[in-house]
Design a protein around this ligand. Structure first.
Ligand SMILES: [Mg+2]
Length: 284
């Protein structure tokens, strides 16, 4: 049975935005723009970036304007209304109600006791997101593990997300309510729109995408993902029993090298939503 695509949700940095080290497929973004132009599905961007940074990236990389933005790792949701994006006020309200033990002051104190931890700039913080850099990069994973354990004990309603910005060489450590991740925010939007999980496509490249990639959607990991992320994804997918809903981009299809946005097209083709080049020509 052929599924209908109802929601195309993607991570931005090094997934839709080709801002990594691999070769950029020259027609990659044009193909994507063409694919979403006359869409009868919702286009959602789901990123660690804040609203302003998402809009800047859209401009910088020539990406299409989304219908919905999920920003700051799932802690903010915006719906497009005309040319504007309106923040969904129900979402932080829901987060507060579902995370009664949330305590930003306590979290900051706890993490800043580590010598290698420092706060990210103020525009990366919000009432439901506390974000740090961990240094040096070599010991950051161990530091993140230790901090995550401590945080789980002190504030069970909090979750931690560790990821590496490979371009900047920075280890990022975010603390969020367990109910406020990229996955939870997408689930909130999906339920609000009344769509089925299997008619949602999600693409990503790094640690903070793993939960959404294995959320029961049609998930594609772009080819530039590092081996550790590929392994972690397959392990998680097996545990969740959703291996057949996951596609690892290979760069051997009609949409090019599989890096960044060309990987999104490859993933869409894998799930039968994007045509092969041949069909595309025949259409015209
Ligand atoms: Mg990314």
């Amino acid at each position: 049975m052929k599924r209908t695509l109802k929601i195309l949700c993607t991570d931005l940095d090094r997934t839709l935005f080709p801002n990594g080290q691999q070769a950029v497929e020259p027609e990659g973004m044009n193909n994507f723009v063409e694919f979403v132009r006359d869409r009868n599905f919702r286009l959602i961007y789901n990123s660690g970036r804040c609203k302003q940074e998402i809009l800047e990236g859209v401009k910088e990389f020539g990406a299409p304007a989304p219908d919905i933005m999920i920003g700051e790792v799932g802690t903010k949701i915006y719906f497009r209304e005309g040319e504007e994006y309106r923040e969904e006020r129900e979402w932080p309200k829901w987060l507060g109600e579902n995370t009664p033990d949330w305590d930003v002051g306590l979290l900051r104190d706890l993490v800043l006791r580590e010598a290698g931890a420092r706060l990210q700039p103020e525009y990366h913080q919000n009432p439901f997101k506390v974000s740090f850099f961990l240094e040096p990069l070599s010991t950051a994973p161990a530091m993140a593990d230790k901090l995550s354990q401590e945080i789980r004990q002190k504030i069970p309603g909090a979750t931690t997300v560790y990821s590496v910005d490979e371009t900047e060489g920075e280890a990022l450590f975010d603390i969020l309510p367990a109910a406020a991740t990229k996955l939870h925010a997408l689930e909130y939007v999906r339920r609000k729109l009344g769509e089925k999980r299997e008619e949602v496509f999600f693409s990503g490249d790094s640690g903070n995408d793993l939960e959404a990639l294995t959320g029961g959607y049609c998930g594609a990991l772009v080819r530039n993902a590092i081996p550790e992320v590929k392994e972690a994804l397959m392990e998680r997918a097996q545990k969740a029993g959703v291996e057949d809903m996951i596609y690892l981009c290979q760069g051997d299809g009609p949409w090019g090298n599989g890096y960044f946005v060309s990987g999104i097209m490859e993933g869409l083709a894998h799930f039968g939503w994007a045509p092969s080049r041949k069909e595309k020509r025949a259409d015209k």
